[in-house]
Design a protein around this ligand. Sequence first.
Ligand SMILES: CC(C)(COP(=O)(O)OP(=O)(O)OC[C@H]1O[C@@H](n2cnc3c(N)ncnc32)[C@H](O)[C@@H]1OP(=O)(O)O)[C@@H](O)C(=O)NCCC(=O)NCCS
Length: 144
Amino acid sequence: LNDWAIRPARVSDAPAIAALAAQLGYPSPQAEIEVRMEGLDARGRSAILVAEAGTVVAWIAVRGDLALESGPYAEIAGLVVDEAWRGRGAGEALVAAAEAWARKQGHTRVRVRSNVLRERAHQFYERLGYVVTKKQVVFDKLLR
Ligand SMILES: CC(C)(COP(=O)(O)OP(=O)(O)OC[C@H]1O[C@@H](n2cnc3c(N)ncnc32)[C@H](O)[C@@H]1OP(=O)(O)O)[C@@H](O)C(=O)NCCC(=O)NCCS
Protein backbone atom coordinates (compact mmCIF):
# COMPACT_ATOMS: atom_id res chain seq x y z
CA LEU A 1 0.00 0.00 0.00
CA ASN A 2 2.73 2.46 1.02
CA ASP A 3 4.70 1.91 -2.17
CA TRP A 4 6.13 5.42 -2.34
CA ALA A 5 9.51 6.83 -1.35
CA ILE A 6 10.33 10.26 0.01
CA ARG A 7 13.21 12.23 -1.53
CA PRO A 8 14.23 15.85 -2.15
CA ALA A 9 12.54 17.39 -5.18
CA ARG A 10 14.46 17.83 -8.44
CA VAL A 11 13.79 20.54 -11.03
CA SER A 12 12.60 17.75 -13.35
CA ASP A 13 9.70 17.21 -10.89
CA ALA A 14 8.33 20.66 -11.79
CA PRO A 15 5.50 19.38 -14.06
CA ALA A 16 4.18 17.02 -11.36
CA ILE A 17 4.63 19.65 -8.65
CA ALA A 18 2.71 22.16 -10.79
CA ALA A 19 -0.16 19.71 -11.33
CA LEU A 20 -0.41 19.08 -7.59
CA ALA A 21 -0.21 22.83 -6.83
CA ALA A 22 -3.33 23.21 -8.97
CA GLN A 23 -5.10 20.63 -6.76
CA LEU A 24 -4.12 22.80 -3.79
CA GLY A 25 -5.81 25.76 -5.49
CA TYR A 26 -2.68 27.43 -6.86
CA PRO A 27 -2.56 26.74 -10.60
CA SER A 28 0.94 27.72 -11.77
CA PRO A 29 2.73 27.24 -15.08
CA GLN A 30 5.43 24.59 -14.87
CA ALA A 31 8.07 27.11 -15.98
CA GLU A 32 7.21 29.33 -13.03
CA ILE A 33 7.40 26.42 -10.60
CA GLU A 34 10.89 25.71 -11.99
CA VAL A 35 11.98 29.31 -11.44
CA ARG A 36 10.56 29.27 -7.88
CA MET A 37 12.28 25.97 -7.08
CA GLU A 38 15.60 27.40 -8.23
CA GLY A 39 14.95 30.64 -6.32
CA LEU A 40 14.15 28.79 -3.11
CA ASP A 41 17.20 26.60 -3.54
CA ALA A 42 19.47 29.62 -4.09
CA ARG A 43 18.17 31.32 -0.93
CA GLY A 44 18.81 28.23 1.20
CA ARG A 45 16.97 27.57 4.50
CA SER A 46 14.22 25.61 2.78
CA ALA A 47 13.46 22.15 1.45
CA ILE A 48 10.99 20.65 -0.99
CA LEU A 49 10.37 16.95 -0.50
CA VAL A 50 8.28 14.67 -2.69
CA ALA A 51 6.66 11.27 -2.34
CA GLU A 52 7.34 9.26 -5.47
CA ALA A 53 5.44 6.19 -6.62
CA GLY A 54 6.63 5.93 -10.20
CA THR A 55 5.46 9.52 -10.51
CA VAL A 56 5.43 12.27 -7.90
CA VAL A 57 2.20 11.87 -5.92
CA ALA A 58 2.74 14.47 -3.17
CA TRP A 59 5.01 17.32 -2.12
CA ILE A 60 5.78 19.37 0.95
CA ALA A 61 7.67 22.66 1.19
CA VAL A 62 9.28 23.64 4.49
CA ARG A 63 11.44 26.62 5.38
CA GLY A 64 13.30 27.96 8.35
CA ASP A 65 12.58 31.49 9.50
CA LEU A 66 13.57 33.85 12.27
CA ALA A 67 10.92 36.08 13.85
CA LEU A 68 12.13 39.24 15.57
CA GLU A 69 9.62 38.84 18.37
CA SER A 70 9.56 35.09 18.87
CA GLY A 71 12.80 33.60 17.52
CA PRO A 72 13.51 30.80 15.07
CA TYR A 73 10.89 28.42 13.73
CA ALA A 74 10.27 26.17 10.77
CA GLU A 75 7.13 26.53 8.70
CA ILE A 76 5.36 24.07 6.43
CA ALA A 77 4.74 26.41 3.52
CA GLY A 78 2.79 23.97 1.36
CA LEU A 79 1.59 20.37 1.37
CA VAL A 80 -0.52 18.47 -1.12
CA VAL A 81 -1.17 14.81 -1.82
CA ASP A 82 -2.66 13.73 -5.15
CA GLU A 83 -6.42 13.17 -4.80
CA ALA A 84 -6.01 9.52 -5.79
CA TRP A 85 -3.42 9.00 -3.07
CA ARG A 86 -5.02 10.69 -0.07
CA GLY A 87 -5.69 8.77 3.11
CA ARG A 88 -2.78 6.36 2.63
CA GLY A 89 -0.22 7.98 4.90
CA ALA A 90 1.81 9.95 2.34
CA GLY A 91 0.89 13.26 3.98
CA GLU A 92 1.88 12.01 7.42
CA ALA A 93 5.19 10.67 6.08
CA LEU A 94 5.98 13.99 4.37
CA VAL A 95 5.22 15.95 7.54
CA ALA A 96 7.52 13.59 9.48
CA ALA A 97 10.26 14.14 6.88
CA ALA A 98 9.81 17.92 7.05
CA GLU A 99 10.00 17.77 10.84
CA ALA A 100 13.23 15.74 10.59
CA TRP A 101 14.65 18.39 8.23
CA ALA A 102 13.64 21.14 10.67
CA ARG A 103 15.19 19.33 13.62
CA LYS A 104 18.42 18.93 11.67
CA GLN A 105 18.42 22.69 11.02
CA GLY A 106 18.24 23.22 14.80
CA HIS A 107 14.57 24.16 15.01
CA THR A 108 12.45 23.20 17.99
CA ARG A 109 9.11 24.45 16.64
CA VAL A 110 7.19 23.85 13.41
CA ARG A 111 4.29 26.05 12.32
CA VAL A 112 1.71 25.52 9.62
CA ARG A 113 -0.92 28.03 8.55
CA SER A 114 -3.99 26.52 6.98
CA ASN A 115 -7.03 28.11 5.38
CA VAL A 116 -10.11 27.96 7.64
CA LEU A 117 -11.88 26.10 4.80
CA ARG A 118 -9.54 23.08 5.00
CA GLU A 119 -11.30 21.34 7.86
CA ARG A 120 -10.04 17.85 7.06
CA ALA A 121 -6.48 19.13 6.86
CA HIS A 122 -6.93 20.62 10.35
CA GLN A 123 -7.93 17.21 11.75
CA PHE A 124 -4.87 15.79 10.01
CA TYR A 125 -2.50 18.30 11.67
CA GLU A 126 -4.11 17.87 15.08
CA ARG A 127 -3.69 14.12 14.82
CA LEU A 128 0.01 14.73 14.14
CA GLY A 129 0.37 16.80 17.31
CA TYR A 130 -0.13 20.33 15.96
CA VAL A 131 -2.09 22.66 18.22
CA VAL A 132 -4.03 25.78 17.16
CA THR A 133 -2.24 28.73 18.81
CA LYS A 134 -4.11 31.62 17.17
CA LYS A 135 -6.42 32.54 14.30
CA GLN A 136 -5.49 35.30 11.90
CA VAL A 137 -6.88 37.39 9.08
CA VAL A 138 -4.63 37.67 6.00
CA PHE A 139 -4.45 41.06 4.23
CA ASP A 140 -2.86 41.51 0.79
CA LYS A 141 -2.15 44.73 -1.09
CA LEU A 142 -1.00 44.91 -4.68
CA LEU A 143 1.82 47.43 -5.16
CA ARG A 144 1.82 49.48 -8.33
C1 LIG B 1 -4.37 17.11 4.04
C2 LIG B 1 -3.50 16.13 3.24
C3 LIG B 1 -2.14 16.75 2.96
C4 LIG B 1 -3.32 14.86 4.09
O1 LIG B 1 -2.51 13.93 3.38
P1 LIG B 1 -2.95 12.39 3.30
O2 LIG B 1 -1.83 11.63 2.70
O3 LIG B 1 -4.28 12.30 2.65
O4 LIG B 1 -3.10 12.07 4.85
P2 LIG B 1 -2.77 10.74 5.64
O5 LIG B 1 -3.13 9.55 4.80
O6 LIG B 1 -1.39 10.80 6.19
O7 LIG B 1 -3.79 10.92 6.82
C5 LIG B 1 -5.20 10.82 6.57
C6 LIG B 1 -5.90 11.96 7.27
O8 LIG B 1 -5.72 13.17 6.56
C7 LIG B 1 -6.88 13.96 6.64
N1 LIG B 1 -7.42 14.27 5.32
C8 LIG B 1 -7.64 15.53 4.91
N2 LIG B 1 -8.13 15.54 3.68
C9 LIG B 1 -8.23 14.28 3.27
C10 LIG B 1 -8.70 13.66 2.07
N3 LIG B 1 -9.19 14.38 1.04
N4 LIG B 1 -8.68 12.31 1.97
C11 LIG B 1 -8.23 11.58 3.02
N5 LIG B 1 -7.77 12.12 4.17
C12 LIG B 1 -7.77 13.45 4.30
C13 LIG B 1 -7.86 13.22 7.48
O9 LIG B 1 -7.70 13.68 8.82
C14 LIG B 1 -7.39 11.80 7.37
O10 LIG B 1 -7.73 11.09 8.49
P3 LIG B 1 -9.13 10.29 8.49
O11 LIG B 1 -9.03 9.30 7.36
O12 LIG B 1 -9.15 9.69 9.85
O13 LIG B 1 -10.20 11.31 8.24
C15 LIG B 1 -4.16 15.72 1.91
O14 LIG B 1 -5.41 15.14 2.16
C16 LIG B 1 -4.33 16.87 0.91
O15 LIG B 1 -3.48 17.07 0.07
N6 LIG B 1 -5.46 17.62 1.01
C17 LIG B 1 -5.75 18.74 0.10
C18 LIG B 1 -4.76 19.87 0.24
C19 LIG B 1 -4.61 20.37 1.66
O16 LIG B 1 -5.56 20.59 2.38
N7 LIG B 1 -3.34 20.58 2.06
C20 LIG B 1 -2.98 21.15 3.36
C21 LIG B 1 -2.76 22.62 3.19
S1 LIG B 1 -2.40 23.42 4.75
